[in-house]
Design a binder for this molecule. Structure first.
Ligand code: XMP
Length: 315
C-alpha cells in the first residue's frame, strides 16, 4: 500500500467492479473485518449486510462491546445468535485443528444460509496477509489453521472476496485512522474464540469456567495497567485445562479444574515472551478465580513459556 487514500478509493472501486448485487460481510468485531465491512458499506450501501455472529464462544460482555464498537465506527450490522449450532459442531472434539475446521465450516454454512436469504452470492471477509501466511498459504507449514482461511471447506456456495488480503497490520492501522475507525483498545482475540482456550472437549460447563476466569484475568491486568503497576501486555487470558486437581475448603476435599493464566509481550505475535507479572497481580487473579468458582477451579497456574517453542494460544 503506497498511499492510504489511493488504497481506499481503489478498494471501493474494485469491489463495485468485481461484485454485482447484494453482499454479506463476516464482521467479528475485530478491526480487520470492521474495515472490510465499512468498505463494503461504502461500495454497496444498504445492499451490504454486515453480520456479527454470537457463536457461544465469545468472551463475557463481548456482544455489548462489539455493539458499541460498530456504533462508534458508523457500521450498520445485524447480530446472529447461533451458539447451539457451534457447540453442537464442537461436541466431543479434542484436536485443535479439528475444532478450527468445524468452526470454519459452521461459519461458512451459516453465512451460506444468510446469503441465500438476502439474495447475495458474495461473502466479504477481512482476511489480511498474516492470516493466510500463517495458514500455510505460502511455502510455510501450516502452523495453525486460522478459521477464516484454512477452515473454509472445499464446496462453498458463496464467492469469498477479501479486499484487505495484501495488507499487514501497520497498513491496517493507517487505513483505520483514515476511515476514522477507533483502534479497539482490546487485545487480539482468536476467531475460534474460547474453543481454543478450553483445552480438550468444549462443553457449556468448561466454557463457563473459561469465560469467568478470562474476565477476571482481563480485569486484574487492566486494573494493574491503569494503575501503572505493569506495562500493557500484548495478550492476557485464561485457559481451562483438562486436568482435575484436589483442593480443600473447610473440612471438604474437592476435586476441581485447573486454570492456566497466560500473559505475553509481543510485537507481531510471531514471537512472544511470557511476562513477569507483579506477584500481587498473580495473587489477586488466583484468589478471585478460586473464590468466584468455588469448588470448580481448585488450582491456578501461570504459564512461563515463550513463543517459540510454545504458541501464544494453548491450542
Ligand atoms: P499463536 O497461538 O499461533 O497465535 O501463537 C498468534 C496470534 O494469533 C491469534 N490466533 C488466532 N487468530 N484465528 C484467529 O483469528 C485462529 O485460529 C487463531 N489462533 C491464534 C492468537 O490469539 C495470537 O494473537
Amino acid at each position: 500500500m503506497r498511499d492510504v487514500e489511493e488504497f481506499h478509493r481503489q478498494a471501493v472501486e474494485k469491489l463495485r467492479a468485481e461484485v454485482k448485487g447484494p453482499v454479506i460481510v463476516a464482521a467479528s468485531g475485530g478491526i480487520d473485518s470492521t474495515l472490510a465491512a465499512l468498505l463494503a458499506q461504502e461500495a454497496f450501501g444498504a445492499r451490504s449486510h454486515a453480520l456479527f455472529v454470537d457463536n457461544g464462544l465469545l468472551r463475557a460482555g463481548e456482544v455489548e462491546r462489539v455493539h458499541r464498537y460498530f456504533t462508534d465506527s458508523h457500521l450498520a450490522y445485524e447480530l446472529l445468535r447461533a451458539s447451539e449450532r457451534f457447540l453442537g459442531a464442537l461436541a466431543g472434539v479434542v484436536d485443535p485443528e479439528e475444532k478450527r475446521r468445524r468452526i470454519g465450516e459452521a461459519f461458512i454454512r451459516l453465512f451460506e444460509e444468510e446469503a441465500t436469504k438476502r439474495g447475495a452470492e458474495v461473502l466479504i471477509q477481512g482476511t489480511i496477509a498474516p492470516d493466510w501466511i500463517e495458514s500455510g498459504g505460502q511455502l510455510r507449514d501450516t502452523i495453525k489453521t486460522h478459521h477464516n482461511v484454512g477452515g473454509v471447506p472445499a464446496n462453498v456456495r458463496v464467492r469469498i472476496v477479501e479486499p484487505l488480503r495484501d495488507l499487514y497490520k501497520d497498513e491496517i492501522r493507517l487505513l483505520a485512522h483514515h476511515l476514522k475507525v477507533p483502534e479497539p483498545d482490546r487485545q487480539p482475540f482468536p476467531g475460534p474464540g474460547l474453543a481454543v482456550r478450553v483445552n480438550g472437549p468444549v462443553d457449556p460447563e468448561m466454557l463457563e469456567l473459561c469465560r469467568a476466569s478470562n474476565a477476571i484475568v482481563e480485569e486484574e491486568v487492566e486494573r494493574a495497567v491503569a494503575e501503572k503497576r505493569m506495562p500493557r501486555p500484548w495478550q492476557y487470558f485464561a485457559v481451562v485445562l483438562p486436568v482435575r486437581t484436589v483442593g480443600v475448603t473447610g473440612d471438604n476435599r474437592i476435586f476441581g479444574h485447573a486454570v492456566s493464566v497466560r500473559v505475553v509481550e509481543s510485537v507481531d505475535a510471531m514471537t512472544a515472551t511470557a511476562m513477569a507479572l507483579p506477584p500481587a497481580v498473580l495473587r489477586s487473579i488466583a484468589e478471585r478465580i478460586t473464590r468466584t468458582l468455588p469448588g470448580r477451579v481448585t488450582r491456578v497456574l501461570y504459564d512461563v513459556t515463550d513463543k517459540p517453542p510454545a504458541t501464544i494460544e494453548w491450542e
